[in-house]
Write a protein that binds this ligand. Structure first.
Ligand code: GLC
Length: 719
């Protein structure tokens, strides 16, 4: 149907039907839904009638081809005008084939593979009856106390934007209507949900508009530019106004400046929560503020259903404000082809063919390998072929390695580390003993120490429980559980080489582990194929290539600590013992591990950083190149990173900003050259008047393997 036909359809709808179209309910409200209700927010008595349910516009947390077909068939029989139900879900890093958590994917710096993971997630979800995914989450994060950093791709606006685009392309493809096995992408959480004070879940977000635009909005903007069909409003306030009622944010920036004409959905209950925020007296006022802000769909609360009719009758809003929201929802259903094919790609046969297929598992394996980061290694890794290995710790034998937002993923489909290692090692060379995540019994400890007795090398698999990460899991102490640190101490005391593997959803404070272990491999929550991937990494069948997309602090006391910080008027100079400078008296300023950091089993040597000129103009970009040689004994991937610093801006500028990177795959002895072209546009930033331009003046260029260990060259921008 074209827009005129859709408008005609809106005209046929009663006001009640139009208002019901703006309501989203969980699958449990629909006849034919028979799975366990998946609650991703507080359960509330909604007080909605059966008529309203039959006219509601969309459902969430409903999937499975048979269920989706059954629900849609039943629904269409009851919907007076035969308007199909839109089905949405949190497919965040996979549907049944679970990929590493997004923060891990953010460490892969492999954008094609990230895109492929989204395409696979879309395919598995679409044949299971899902039409829209609440993904990508592109909230920029700088505070690992926040549990949802696991859902983000990290602390850099540029890198996050590249991932945002890759995920949207992977989910949506080029033709949502023609390619039924794709998903409409809903970018979230708009905006700046990743900056809650204290890292505390759902806490206040407060920053200058300039900082919001400079650091936090780019990821959402990139997703919208890439064609994301939906945007989800965030729970938090932006400049004192909850996003779900923030006209400036939604109608001013998102729709006005960026031209977004798709559907905006609230987060779970975020419209009603304006009351708790203190921004609305009651559901009626919350409904008024949200519809005025342009929120089209209300997720799991009845403010619209209970009050929009009165608000029109009382002249508070025009009926066409409801009509515009309904039209956008119908346009999305049309874009997905639901009017012609209400079941879209739902197909039990296809489900059996594509879900957890060998190809999908292979892609999940590859991404788990690429997302792992070697944080420390004195040569203990890779494990030697003939070594006797003891694998101990809470993550030695568990298949709970999928992460918090693992959707329909099933740990039973994942192979734990122990069997994966056993399968790859000689008979009798591996002893295994495991324990709890937060408590270790005397018996477990005894078994683990016994397992180490005959071993040449110890591997301890540690980490957070999945529920210590994700939504509602902010932590003030981001260390490993005390019992695990005691285990590390006991293992260290054996005097044997000790390699640690970490399964976690945030940068941790690694006190008690980082110094004690001889090698540390960050596996994150690596997903369905994580066991095989980590086993191959430990055995050196594959070479780690991950680079951190979020800094690891020395301690939680440093947080927030991130690479693209400002200099201050009294920057701490390396080696200085000056008192009156920006520093701590009990900790370094620098994080334990910086953005972009990651080791390899081989070594790379950088040649001289060469720049085409010491000056750049709008018309004449700079060409930057550096040759890198693999000086080790095995093939490896080096991610060469290019950073810039504007030495004198109209407002202060970060000491480093990632502007480009390239991944060089080099054989032993082989050299490769990373070549970058730096344009004037890449030096633009938001000024105090919010204009987005560059300034002539002095700059620095940095290139290297991470944001810290770089070569530096000066250049001028001349205009
Ligand atoms: C949750 C999350 C959001 C998710 C939604 C639906 O509260 O904040 O990311 O998409 O509810 O599950």
């Amino acid at each position: 149907m074209n827009d005129q036909q859709l408008l005609d359809l809106v005209k046929q709808m009663t006001r009640e039907e139009k208002i019901a179209q703006l309501l989203q309910l969980t699958g449990a409200f629909y006849e034919g839904f028979h799975d366990k209700e998946l609650l991703t927010g507080p359960r509330a008595e909604l007080g909605v009638s059966e008529e309203t349910v039959n006219a509601s516009g969309s459902a969430l947390n409903l999937s499975g081809a048979k269920t989706a077909i059954q629900v849609q068939e039943t629904y269409l029989k009851k919907n007076r005008l035969g308007i199909p139900l839109l089905i949405m879900a949190d497919v965040v890093h996979g549907y049944k084939t679970i990929f590493p958590i997004p923060l891990a994917i953010g460490c892969s710096w492999d954008l094609p593979l990230a895109e492929q993971s989204a395409e696979i997630a879309a395919r598995e979800s679409a044949v299971s009856g899902i039409h829209v995914t609440f993904s990508p989450m592109v909230d920029l994060v700088r505070d690992p106390r926040w549990g949802r950093v696991m859902e983000s791709t990290g602390e850099d606006p540029f890198l996050n934007s590249l991932y945002a685009r890759a995920f949207v392309r992977g989910y949506q493809g080029q033709d949502l209507k023609g390619d039924k096995e794709r998903l409409a992408a809903c970018v979230k959480h708009f905006a700046a949900y990743g900056a809650p004070e204290g890292g505390r879940e759902y806490n206040t977000v407060d920053m200058s508009e300039r900082n919001l635009r400079e650091s936090y909005l780019p990821g959402y903007k990139a997703a919208v530019e890439e064609g994301a069909t939906m945007v989800m409003a965030s729970f938090n306030t932006v400049d004192g106004i909850p996003a779900s009622g923030n006209e400036k944010l939604m109608r001013g920036i998102l729709r006005g400046e960026w031209g977004f004409d798709g559907v905006i959905i609230s987060d779970w209950a975020s419209i009603r929560e304006m009351i708790a925020h203190g921004a609305s007296e009651d559901d009626r006022e919350a409904a008024l503020r949200a519809i005025r802000a342009g929120i089209d769909i209300e997720m799991m609360t009845p403010c619209y259903v209970h009050h929009l009719d009165d608000l029109v009758n009382e002249g508070e809003i025009e009926e066409n404000q409801i009509d515009e929201a309904v039209l956008r929802i119908l346009q999305l259903k049309e874009k997905l082809g639901l009017f012609e094919q209400p079941h879209r790609a739902a197909d039990p046969e296809r489900e059996n063919e594509v879900i957890l297929s060998a190809d999908h598992r292979k892609a999940a394996y590859e991404l788990a390998v690429k997302s792992s980061v070697l944080l420390k290694n004195d040569g203990t890794l890779p494990l030697r072929a003939h070594s006797k290995v003891a694998l101990v710790g809470p993550y030695a034998e568990t298949n709970s390695i999928l992460g918090w937002w693992s959707c329909e993923g099933n740990p039973q489909d994942a192979t734990p580390l122990a069997p994966a290692l056993r399968e790859r090692m000689q008979e009798g060379k591996l002893s295994v003993a495991s324990c709890g995540i937060e408590t270790i019994t005397g018996g477990e400890l005894a078994d683990m120490l016994e397992a180490t007795e005959s071993a040449d090398v110890l591997v301890v698999a540690l980490g957070e429980a999945a529920e210590m990460s994700g939504e509602g899991a902010a932590r003030t102490n981001i260390q490993l559980p005390k019992a695990q640190l005691e285990l590390v101490r006991r293992l260290k005391a054996t005097g044997k080489p000790l390699a640690a593997v970490l399964f976690n959803g945030r940068p941790l404070d690694l006190a008690g582990l980082f110094e004690e272990a001889d090698a540390v491999l960050e596996a994150w929550f690596p997903g369905t194929e994580g066991g095989a991937a980590i086993a191959d990494l430990l055995l050196g069948r594959v070479n780690p290539s991950g680079r951190l997309s979020m800094s690891f602090p020395q301690s939680v006391g440093q947080v927030p600590v991130y690479y693209n910080h400002y200099s201050t008027g009294r920057p701490l100079k390396a080696g200085s013992d000056e008192r009156y400078v920006s520093k701590y008296i009990d900790s370094p300023n620098e994080p334990l591990l910086p953005f972009g950091f990651g080791l390899s089993y081989t070594s790379f040597e950088y040649g001289e950083l060469l720049v085409s000129s010491d000056r750049m103009t709008k018309e004449e970009p700079l060409t930057v190149q550096v040759t890198v040689t693999n000086t080790g004994q095995r093939a490896g991937i080096e991610t060469v990173q290019l950073y810039v610093r504007d030495l004198s801006g109209e407002v202060v500028r970060p000491v480093r900003e990632l502007k480009a990177f390239t991944r060089l795959s080099l054989q032993p002895g082989e050299s490769g050259t990373a070549v970058f072209t730096l344009h004037e546009e890449q030096l633009r930033y938001h000024h105090s008047d919010l204009s987005f331009t560059s300034d002539p003046g002095a700059f620095r260029l940095y290139a290297g393997p991470n944001s810290r260990d770089t070569q530096e060259v000066a250049f001028q921008l001349i205009t």
